[in-house]
Design a protein around this ligand. Structure first.
Ligand code: SF4
Ligand code: SF4
Length: 332
């Protein structure tokens, strides 16, 4: 969607605009994987919000926004004891919950609860069907089989409970798995799974080193990018690739290093997205990681309308990064 200029004007003239795209609860920085493109698992662990506190936040958001959609993400969300209670709490309020997970901690009981508690969607990351590629990207050995078993378990419970849950796999596109994209999509289609394609970007939550992803050995050559996106565009006609076509076009430009084409689209996160991290810090995006307040010290509505939020919104307008094409920032 083209960014709504009217929306910005409305926002500047009054404070009635609310985050309309995505609310993200980043419930933990703990993770059982060591993905090569992610530094979250390296972060020094601090005290994280409890499920009781997340429920209070959820209620506060509900009172402010009415029914909204929340993405639960991490780290690995299923490392949090009692996360299913938050899903149940949201479901009783009518809040749509999407879960992002690497999947391997989902046992039988959790799988059934995810379905019974009317989760709207669950996206399990699976980067390749080639075991060695998947292991290399995830930084842990032999997880591909476990991931597939969990997906099948969720599909069984979905059938058993006649549920409408969307079950997707998330595939991070790299030089390694791009040649296998057709197989991955075909495998997903056989199981009636959605495929969410994700682009490689500089490490989230950078720690000691800044990985320039475009110079890394995961970055594909231009001919591979062109071939892959030609395949993806064809596959999209008959496979459930959930990224909209215009996002796929921008992703191709991104991989071709066509910065100009990407930057002509403004980034909307300051008007649409709201992220709450495991310590209660509130921000618009992961990549800038600028905190505009903390939920333990102020109401979310006040944080959204605070001078810090206004200042960061202005800075976002001038941001020269390209992550605006990525799924959690992308404006449909
Ligand atoms: S990408 Fe996800 S699964 Fe991988 S280390 Fe980071 S938080 Fe964990
Ligand atoms: S372009 Fe990326 S870093 Fe910049 S504000 Fe948007 S999401 Fe954040």
């Amino acid at each position: 969607m083209v960014f709504s200029f009217t929306k910005v004007l409305n926002f500047l003239s009054n404070q009635t605009i609310k985050p309309s795209n995505i609310i993200i609860f980043e419930v933990t920085h703990k993770c059982n994987f060591k993905c090569i493109h992610c530094d979250i698992w390296k972060l020094q662990k601090k005290k994280e919000l409890s499920i009781r506190e997340w429920k209070k936040i959820s209620k506060q958001l509900y009172e402010w926004l009415g029914l909204y959609t929340v993405n639960l993400t991490g780290g690995e969300v299923f490392l949090i004891n009692g996360i299913e209670n938050l899903i149940f709490f949201n479901s009783k309020l009518g809040i749509k919950t999407n879960i992002n997970s690497n999947g391997v901690l989902i046992n039988d009981s959790l799988a059934e609860k995810i379905i019974q508690y009317k989760t709207h969607a669950i996206t399990i990351s699976l980067y390749d069907l080639k075991n060695e590629n998947n292991d290399f990207l995830r930084g842990v050995s032999n997880v591909q089989d476990k991931t597939i078993k969990v997906i099948d378990k969720l599909l069984n419970y979905k059938k058993q409970h006649n549920s409408n849950i969307f079950i997707n796999i998330a595939v991070l596109l790299t030089k390694l798995n791009m040649p296998n994209i057709e197989n991955i999509c075909h495998w997903a289609k056989q199981r009636k799974l959605g495929v969410s394609l994700q682009s490689l970007e500089d490490n989230f939550e950078r720690t000691d080193q800044i990985l320039n992803v475009k110079k890394s050995n995961l970055w594909p050559e231009k001919h591979l990018v062109n071939e892959t996106f030609e395949k993806i565009n064809n596959l999209k006609k008959s496979y459930n690739i959930i990224n909209p076509q215009n996002q796929l076009n921008k992703m191709r430009d991104y991989y071709l290093d066509n910065k100009k084409a990407i930057l002509k689209y403004p980034c909307n996160v300051g008007y649409e997205n709201l992220i709450i991290d495991p310590e209660g810090n509130v921000k618009f995006c992961f990549a800038r990681n600028i905190k505009i307040g903390n939920i333990l010290q102020n109401k979310i509505k006040n944080i959204w309308n605070s001078p810090e939020a206004k200042k960061e919104r202005k800075n976002v307008n001038h941001c020269q990064k390209e992550c605006r094409i990525n799924n959690c920032y992308y404006t449909k």
